[in-house]
Design a protein. Structure first.
Length: 320
């Protein structure tokens, strides 16, 4: 299918993405017919989730088609929104702590959006894949956040406030690794697509398998609706797609890409549970109501928060 897409990785992936979206709607239609009388509320929520997720998925690949700047801009919007969600959820009132993390994240994103960053003389210190910038931003965010109470000359609630603020900063720092995937040279677009596909397939198929076959609770305290059947269904589906998506990472074999997909699916599930643990501790159902059927931005990107950095550093370790 010739869609006029110049990038080989995108040209390979887009027809499958469209097929995946069509298959999800077909499965949802069948599930609606079979389960309508027993689970009307759950079905309505599934339709709402799918109708919201579809344009988001299309927006992601459209942004990627136009390059690092548009992709970074999209990630940046989600990152800023997620940071605001988190600070509101934990009721972080110290404006200084909120602003330090946000300023560091925005500055890092602006620099990372430059596709020629690693070729500029002034930024040779970031390295060929911009890992140096990631390291510096982590230091500045942590140092800046911890400096606020020192500047204010106060000790009251410092452990609690600094700790909670740092958790939020690190979560968003993890998330913006998504932009840095585009600094991985020839495999940049393919790796980015691979990571996004892994999250989309794992999340979607875990939900489908869980709804259709789920009987055994996986982590009833952290995520009451998650089942072992759903978790294994998501991981298995991610492995299959990882095997088929080998052309996105041509330096690796299909078995190797399937293995990476399994590892990323496990890590993504951990990301989901990590955010769930925070929500349970804060006694929240959702981080916000920004995305109908999904909750907030953090509810939607919870898996990607760990998958993005895991993918980035895994590719560096593998030398790709």
């Amino acid at each position: 299918m010739d869609l006029g897409i110049e990038n080989e990785a995108l040209a390979f992936a887009v027809p499958y993405i469209l097929g995946f979206i069509g298959a999800m709607y077909a499965l949802l239609g069948v599930y609606t017919v079979i389960k309508w009388k027993q689970s009307q509320e759950a079905i309505q929520n599934l339709w709402k989730r799918t109708l919201v997720a579809t344009p988001l998925l299309l927006a992601i690949f459209t942004a990627m088609h136009f390059g690092t700047v548009t992709w970074g801009f999209l990630v940046g919007i989600f990152a800023i929104g997620a940071h605001r969600e988190y600070c509101s959820a934990i009721e972080l009132e110290d404006r200084g702590m909120r602003m330090v993390g946000l300023i560091v994240i925005i500055a890092t994103l602006i620099l990372a959006m430059n596709p020629n960053l690693t070729e500029m003389d002034a930024f040779t210190w970031v390295g060929p894949n911009a890992a140096g910038l990631l390291g510096l931003s982590l230091f500045l965010g942590a140092f800046g956040t911890w400096s606020i109470p020192i500047i204010q000359d106060r000790s009251e609630n410092v452990t609690s406030e600094v700790g909670r603020a740092l958790i939020g900063f690190i979560l968003i720092w993890f998330f913006i690794h998504g932009v840095f995937l585009m600094h991985l040279g020839e495999v940049a677009v393919g790796v980015s697509i691979f990571a996004i596909l892994n999250v989309a397939i794992n999340d979607s198929m875990a939900l489908v398998f869980g709804r259709m076959f789920g009987n055994n609770k996986f982590r009833p305290v952290l995520s009451p609706k998650k089942t072992w059947e759903g978790v294994f269904g998501g991981i298995f589906s991610a492995a299959v797609v990882g095997y088929l998506a080998q052309p996105l990472l041509p330096q690796l074999s299909a078995v190797e890409t399937a293995g990476i997909a399994v590892l990323l699916a496990v890590i993504g599930t951990m990301g989901d549970l990590m955010l769930s643990a925070l929500k349970r501790d804060l006694e929240l159902k959702d981080w916000s109501q920004m995305l109908p059927g999904h909750g907030g931005i953090l509810d939607r990107v919870d898996s990607f928060i760990l998958v993005a950095p895991a993918t980035y550093w895994m590719m560096l370790i593998l030398g790709l």
